[in-house]
Design a protein around this ligand. Sequence first.
Ligand SMILES: NC(=O)c1ccc[n+]([C@@H]2O[C@H](COP(=O)([O-])OP(=O)(O)OC[C@H]3O[C@@H](n4cnc5c(N)ncnc54)[C@H](OP(=O)(O)O)[C@@H]3O)[C@@H](O)[C@H]2O)c1
Length: 278
Amino acid sequence: MNLIKQRKIGFIGTGNMGQAIIKALIDSKTVPPNHIYATNRSEGKLRRVQEQFGLNALQTNEELVDVCDIVVLAVKPQDLAQVLEPIASSFHEGHLVISLAAGFSLHSLQKLLPNAGGLARAMPNTPATIQKAVVGYCLASGSEAYQGSIEDFLSPLGLVVPAEEGGCFEALTVSCGSGTGFVLELMQYWQEWIEEHGFDPETARGMVVQTFLGAAQLAEHSNTTSLADLQDRVVSKKGVTAAGLQSMRELEIERALRYSFEKASIRDQELERGTSKQ
Ligand SMILES: NC(=O)c1ccc[n+]([C@@H]2O[C@H](COP(=O)([O-])OP(=O)(O)OC[C@H]3O[C@@H](n4cnc5c(N)ncnc54)[C@H](OP(=O)(O)O)[C@@H]3O)[C@@H](O)[C@H]2O)c1
């Protein structure tokens, strides 16, 4: 049974990701708006979110922790310690805390919130706004009993992937979190090239979006066929696609992508080391 419906869920921070998750929870009817509570540093944003979603806006983070069973930390990583220090003593055994902060380790969270019953990190990507995210999560040791609650909570966002903290969580952060940005970078190159060949920007954008969507959905619908086999169906020997692919391989696009992934991983490790020192 999905128990999330009966829980009171609090969001500290109603920025981009906080709002994306609130929207997905409400649109999917996972949680009724009157079970959602929120605070935000700037009051204007909080009021707009309250009007848009019909949730409960609270004045202080202390109040939110007192009222809610599940507390989602949706502030920027650099603000997190400052947000938690004054309210840490309000957490107790009954709280499940889910941090979205990139590069903020479970170890650092455990040090800041030793009294919380369950601690988890979640890493959604921006397609969460349309319930098409890849969302990874990892649980602190001792929080294993919350696995079902976490999956119920995250599943309206899209594909939920458990990942061990460390190399796996980092790979998910880079390939899917940052990965959305990498794919959008490629889409821009595609659009520019199409425009240079005589199409107006709107048509070019539509062509790019449909090409990426079509390839992705084809892969989704043919999930017993490997990606390489699906690719082979586009390629005929000495044909147009084969010529293009040969250049992609000669120019070592794979190496460029791998290098970018590694750079992003190094930055993720730097952020994690920074927060672990706190
Ligand atoms: N965006 C993404 O794609 C993405 C993906 C995965 C994870 N994340 C993580 O999600 C978290 C939020 O990112 P975001 O992109 O949503 O950032 P954001 O748009 O800047 O939202 C952060 C919100 O936190 C509010 N805030 C700051 N201090 C606060 C306090 N003391 N009490 C209550 N609210 C406070 C800010 O209020 P103001 O209105 O005053 O700024 C802001 O609305 C980050 O930790 C990030 O690493 C983001």
